[in-house]
Ligand binder design. Structure first.
Ligand code: CUA
Length: 361
């Protein structure tokens, strides 16, 4: 009976469907597949060790039990046995270390990449910057909060969407440089076998070469504050030609955005834009109605010190406030977005209304 049960368990573990549900994902990169097979090799070595050790133990328990008249042997040391039980584990460890080291070496070799992307963790979104390409954007939670909480209450599965996925080409070596603007985050996408800490004032590196086009999901994997659970990652892997097209479109859009700095923006245009930016970025701390969560996150509504002095207001948003959770937004937001959000805040909660802060200021 015991052997039949054990046999069935082993069969179930090695069957594909069950393995897919309970096991780690095989993933879509060479490295992820290597890690998976390493994991399986070590898993089966452990299973064999477990079976041998527990088998010997239970065999001895039953075979030499007291009711059968067995007597415990008393002896002090046994050199042969000690040498054997030191040598065998050592050999097993070496046998496991050889392929593991080879995989580790491969994982950490981010040299000669075709594309470099700087990933910056920010409470609570990811900023992606395609180095040398003048393309950068912020990727934040795209699923409406009401939908998430509603689904959770109904016990339904839900996917956390982002407003802008990270787009990368397949069959290209992409180097991922990670850092953070505030606290430690961790960029984790299981299918890519990448889980890399994003640490303020450090730059970590990792890399991927994705073999199959598709959408791969992940989440921030380091507890980073109130909205840690709402810092999803969506990676869209596309064919290289499609990637080039996408990159050109993004560059054109960025150029158009830059041109927006030179023209006069009407108040209502800036207000509309500013409300979006405020909702996506500022509202997580300062609350949608600007009421804040004093003392850590000051209220904007009725904040005389800030609203009476537009220069102070602009400086606060662009440079942040050192020693507080307020980060500098100079790299996160472009000039149009900065002008829009400052205009929005001043008109929504300031005393003077009808004021439009222009991007060129
Ligand atoms: Cu960022 Cu958790």
């Amino acid at each position: 009976h015991v052997w039949m049960t054990a046999g069935m368990l082993l069969m179930a573990l090695s069957s594909h469907t069950l393995a897919a549900e309970w096991n780690m994902p095989v993933g879509v990169t060479d490295v992820s597949r290597e890690i998976y097979s390493l994991h399986m090799t070590i898993f089966w070595i452990c299973v064999v060790i477990g079976v041998v050790v527990f088998g010997a133990m239970f065999y001895s328990l039953f075979r030499y039990r007291r009711s059968k008249g067995a007597k415990a042997a008393h002896f002090h040391e046994h050199t042969t046995v000690e040498v054997i039980w030191t040598a065998i584990p050592l050999l097993i460890l070496i046998a496991m270390a050889i392929p593991a080291t080879a995989t580790l070496k491969k994982m950490y070799d981010a040299s000669e990449a075709d594309l470099d992307i700087l990933i910056t963790g920010q409470q609570w979104r990811w900023h992606y910057s395609y180095l040398g390409e003048d393309v950068e954007f912020t990727s934040s939670l795209g699923t409406p909060r009401e939908q998430i909480s509603g689904n959770a209450e109904r016990g339904e599965n839900y996917l956390l969407e982002v407003d802008e996925p990270l787009v990368i080409p397949v069959d290209r070596k992409v180097r991922l440089l990670m850092t953070s603007d505030d606290v430690i985050h961790s960029w984790w996408v299981p299918d890519l076998a990448v889980k890399q800490d994003a640490i303020p004032s450090f730059v970590n590196e990792n890399w991927v070469r994705i073999n199959e086009p598709g959408v791969y999901r992940g989440q921030c994997a380091e507890l980073c504050g109130k909205d840690h659970a709402f810092m999803p990652i969506v990676v869209e892997a596309v064919e290289p030609e499609k990637f080039e097209t996408w990159l050109e479109e993004r560059k054109a859009a960025a150029a158009e955005e830059a041109m927006g700095v030179d023209r006069e923006w009407a108040l209502d245009e800036l207000m509309e834009r500013g409300e979006q930016v405020y909702g996506a970025i500022c509202a997580s701390c300062h609350q949608p109605d600007g009421s804040g969560m004093p003392p850590t996150f000051p209220a904007l509504a009725g904040n005389q010190a800030l609203m009476d002095d537009s220069a102070h207001h602009i400086d606060t948003v662009i440079n942040g406030v050192s020693g507080t959770p307020m980060p500098a937004f100079s790299s996160t937001l472009n000039p149009v977005e900065l002008a829009a959000v400052i205009t929005y805040e001043r008109n929504a909660w300031g005393n003077e209304t009808g004021e439009a802060i222009q991007p060129s200021e």
